[in-house]
Design a binder for this molecule. Structure first.
Ligand code: IMP
Ligand code: MG
Length: 185
């Protein structure tokens, strides 16, 4: 595991910037295990639909799902708010909808990170409008300044106001495959 690396030329205006290790592969693994235990306990007697938010959720979702010792189903939704930049564009676009029926069901949304809170607000509202029984949220990361007017039920790590990459999180669609999480300096 590298402690830091420099972004190459293909990253355009970000080339030459340093990325520093923020959360190691081992720390992620341990925390995901804990979250899995807690979610399994909380959903005892229920069979929720776990909805991953593409693309960022892929690694967190697959690791978390393996830690759930209960009946559950999965589906995915894809939205966009970042336009290949390191800041939110301010609007959320739906790129791919879920394909299952969530009426009367317990839904757990799985996000990679909550920053401005815009995306998760959009997603929660959208799920609730489908007549769900309950909607809860699991996010691997949340940024320190983030304010939303509803609870975030499961949080992996609270992180500083930095742009982060790795473990599913991208910079201009790249670097998602890093096993640890790095912060752009
Ligand atoms: P929000 O709508 O501002 O809360 O941002 C939500 C989405 O933007 C997340 O689900 C991520 O896909 C992306 N995002 C936010 N912060 C970061 C970051 O630091 N690195 C990579 N993607 C991010
Ligand atoms: Mg996301």
């Amino acid at each position: 595991m590298r402690n830091e690396f420099i972004l190459g030329e293909k990253f355009g205006e970000y080339s030459g910037r340093k990325a520093k290790l923020l959360i190691s592969e081992e720390a992620i693994h341990d925390r995901v295990k804990e979250l899995g235990k807690k979610i399994t306990k909380d959903y005892h007697g229920s069979s929720p639909i776990i909805i991953g938010v593409l693309n960022g959720c892929i690694l967190f979702m697959s690791d978390l799902f393996r830690e759930l010792d209960m009946d559950s189903e999965i589906d995915f939704i894809k939205i966009s708010s970042y336009n290949n930049d390191v800041k939110t564009s301010g609007t959320v676009r739906l790129l791919k909808d879920i394909s299952c029926d969530i009426f009367g069901r317990d839904v757990l949304i799985v996000e990679d990170i909550i920053d401005s809170g815009l995306s998760i607000k959009f997603l929660k509202k959208r799920m609730e409008e489908c007549g769900t029984k309950s909607v809860k949220i699991a996010t691997l990361l949340i940024k320190e300044h983030t304010k939303v007017d509803f609870p975030i039920d499961y949080v992996g790590f609270t992180i500083p106001e930095k742009f982060v990459i790795g473990y599913g999180l991208d910079l201009a669609q790249k670097l998602r495959n890093l096993k640890s999480i790095y912060a752009l300096q």
